[in-house]
Structure formats: C-alpha cells, structure tokens
Design a protein around this ligand. Structure first.
Ligand SMILES: Cc1ncc(COP(=O)(O)O)c(C=O)c1O
Length: 414
C-alpha cells in the first residue's frame, strides 16, 4: 500500500507515477486513497469507537474530496475562518458537525456561525467572548463555548508550531479561565460547556499529551470544587508523524495514539471528549511529484533544480522542516546537495544537504509528506499557478481532485 517501488519505478499503490506526470503534468500532489482510509480507520477505532468526537482540522488539507471521505467516517470539522466554514457546508457538514477555533474571529464570522447554530466555538480571549456575547444577544440565541486554556505545557516540538506555552499567542491563562467560568452569569447568551487545549503540532513524544490529561483532570476537579461543572473537553490535535520514514504505517509513525486515547478515556471519561487532528490524517498520504529542470554546481555545492517549489510546499522554508526526497527511478545516491525550486528566494529549497543521485533534466522525483500543510498553504508567488491534486483511488482509478489553476483564473482577480 502507498508509495513503493515496482520494477524499480515509484508507484502510488498500483499506479506508476510516470503515468500521473504524463497525464497531469508536474508539479502535482499525488494522494493515496488507501492511506487516507487506513489513517481514518485507525482514528476511528482509537477515538470515535471510544466515544470521542473527532473534528478534522481542515487547515491541514481542505480538499473537498478528502473532507467528504473523513465525513463518511463520522468525523466533524474544526474550522478557523469563514472560508473554511463555507467549504465545510459545501461538503455537506451540518452546523452540529462544526467547531470554530482560531485566535481572531471577525464579527461577520461569529454571526455566520451563530446563524447556523454550530456545535461550539473555541474562544481564545476575553475580547472574543465579549464580541460573541454581544452578537448572540443581538440575534437572541445561545452560543456554546469551550474556553481555550493555555496550560503552559511544553509540547517539545518546533518553536513555530508550539501553541500551549504562556509565550504563545493562543488561549488564556488558567487564572483568566477560572475567572470567566466563575462569572458565567455576566454572559447570559453563552453556554460554557467546557475547555479546549491545543498545545502544539507535530508532537512525537506522548508525554506532553499525558501531562495535559493529568493537568485537565486536576484543573476540572478544582473547578468542580468552586461549583463549576463542565461537560466537554477538547484535547486538540498535534499528533506528530514521522517525516524521516514517511512511507510507514500510521501506527508506526504515530505509535502512541491508542495509549493517549485509553489514558484520556480512563482519566477524563466523565466528559464528552473531543480531538481535532489534522496532520496525522493526511501528511503521509501524499507526495509532491516534481520534474528535474536541471542540475548545477556552484563551487562544490550541488543543486538539483526542480519545478516544484516553496509555493507548493512552504514547510522547509518556514520551519526548516524535513521532507524525504525519493527518486522515481530506483537508483543509488551519489552526491550531497540541495533540491531547490525556481522561485526567486534563497529560502526556496525543498531539501538541503541530502544524499542525491546524479539527476538529469526530465527525471522525476517526489517530496514526501505533502498531504498536510502543503496545498492548503500554497500560494501563487511569482505568478505560479496552484498545482493540481490527484487521488489514486482504492480501486486503482485516478481522480483529478483539483485541477491546475489557469492564468485566466489568476488574472480574473485584477
Ligand atoms: C487549534 C488547533 N487545532 C488543531 C490543529 C491541528 O493540528 P495538527 O495538524 O498538528 O493535528 C491546529 C493546528 O495548528 C490548531 O491550531
């Protein structure tokens, strides 16, 4: 299953990637439906079957075909903007399947979500709570709220994707949350249902999650002692994947899912539990298929220039993230070098200082783990059209789930 060599040529399931490149051009994201389903099956058996509500964080990848697939497993969605809300509705999610997170929601976004009676808002600040109360009062409705608590737990991940420390902009301190919950009557149009914590992303070590469970268990006991009884806890997303060995099964790349689910269920099972995973469901389901434009040497530095770029996958430039490079033709590695795109920025590199074969113009290669925070973070910088997304279906057929953007579409905005 997934991305493997057959006859020394890289395939996605049974489809030769050369066939995809010939048909749809490069760069292109290629997804394995089998991997997407396997990941969804695992989350279903670990979490949904234990009574958790799983809301897929669609910021990781908002392709409607992928959203529809996760919907069919009984997942809801975690959204952060009016655009994501509209996409969720387009796919057929009900208001009751949607929770609205994010550190800054506009008045228009609050109104839109209240009109649809979404499941709940994850509220991140006093100002947001006041805006929500005011908007709900105008509309004469009640808003269900989980307050986002910043538990000051170090997720032991890249500083740019840590969110649960006091120095991060997300959530509120326990003092603030306690104050709001003990003054709930000041917000008559808000139902304070519970707490939300999302401590960071790409967390590989289970300990921060286990610390979070202990923290919430103690904190909710304290709140109970003050007469505040909550019903819902959202433990966020952040489950990390293995970018170094991206073609392994989800239970090898993220082995602690079962332990986490079991521990949360044991210690916090009296609450309706929620999670909002993004990356773990999609990251390793796709590659960015790119063509080598040529190779060059500057002094003793070897560069492979490909047609894929930071505009397709910004994570290496943004976080110095590692993405595995795999050649289409199975071959040995010869030279240490960088794989770079054509964009006019020195940071436009997809991989640095890797063992690479002697590529020739026209060769194909893939950049792995391109299913999460890749297409959804894409841009048209340098007037590059957004790249297509191709789904290799479980039955072996090929589905173009997003076509390449055209120049006419880009110019139409001007
Ligand atoms: C509030 C919230 N929930 C869920 C997620 C999804 O995280 P991940 O893709 O690491 O699972 C994020 C990611 O930024 C987030 O900010």
């Amino acid at each position: 299953m997934g991305f493997t060599y057959k006859n020394s040529r890289l395939h996605c399931d049974d489809v030769d990637l050369q066939v995809v490149a010939d048909e749809y051009g490069t760069p292109a994201y290629v997804y394995s439906e089998k991997i997407l389903k396997r990941n969804a099956d695992v989350l279903k058996s670990c979490f949904i079957d234990r009574g958790f509500k799983v809301s897929y964080a669609m910021k990781a990848n908002s392709n409607p075909k992928i959203l529809a697939l996760f919907k069919s497993y009984g997942m809801g969605v975690d959204i952060v903007s009016a655009g994501e809300y509209q996409m969720a509705k387009h796919v057929g999610f009900q208001g009751s399947d949607i929770n609205f997170a994010g550190v800054g929601k506009t008045a228009g976004e609050l109104k839109l979500a209240l009109e649809d009676d979404i499941d709940h808002f994850n509220v991140e600040s006093l100002f947001e709570l006041e805006h929500l109360e005011a908007q709900a009062a105008i509309m004469g409705v009640q808003a269900n709220v989980l307050l986002r608590l910043n538990p000051d737990i170090d997720p032991q991940t890249h500083p740019h994707i840590s969110t649960g420390l006091k120095k991060n902009k997300f959530g509120m301190s326990a003092e603030m949350v306690t104050h709001l919950l003990t003054h709930a009557s000041d917000y008559p149009h808000v139902n304070f249902e519970g707490l939300h914590c999302h401590i960071g992303s790409q967390i590989l070590n289970p300990q921060p999650f286990l610390d979070l469970i202990d923290y919430l268990s103690k904190y909710t006991d304290e709140l109970s002692g003050m007469g505040v009884d909550l019903t819902h806890l959202d433990l966020g997303g952040g489950f990390g994947v293995n970018y170094e060995n991206p073609f392994e099964d989800i239970l090898e790349t993220t082995p602690y899912l079962e332990t986490f689910a079991e521990s949360a269920h044991k210690k916090l099972g009296n609450f309706q539990l929620h999670i909002q995973p993004g990356r773990v469901l999609v990251a390793n389901s796709a590659v960015l298929l790119s063509r080598v434009l040529g190779v060059k040497e500057n002094g003793d530095h070897y560069f492979v220039v490909v047609d894929g770029a930071t505009t397709d996958l910004i994570r290496p430039a943004l976080y110095n993230a590692y993405h595995e490079i795999t050649s289409y033709r199975e071959q040995d590695n010869f030279t240490v070098g960088d794989v770079v795109g054509p964009v006019c920025e020195s940071s436009d590199a997809l991989a640095k200082q890797r063992e690479l074969p002697q590529y020739e113009s026209g060769d194909l290669l893939t950049v792995a783990s391109a299913g999460a925070y890749a297409s959804s973070m894409g841009s048209t910088y340098n007037m590059r059209p957004r790249s297509p997304e191709v789904l290799i279906k479980s039955d072996g057929s090929i589905d173009l789930i997003k076509r390449r953007q055209t120049f006419a579409e880009m110019i139409s905005l001007y």
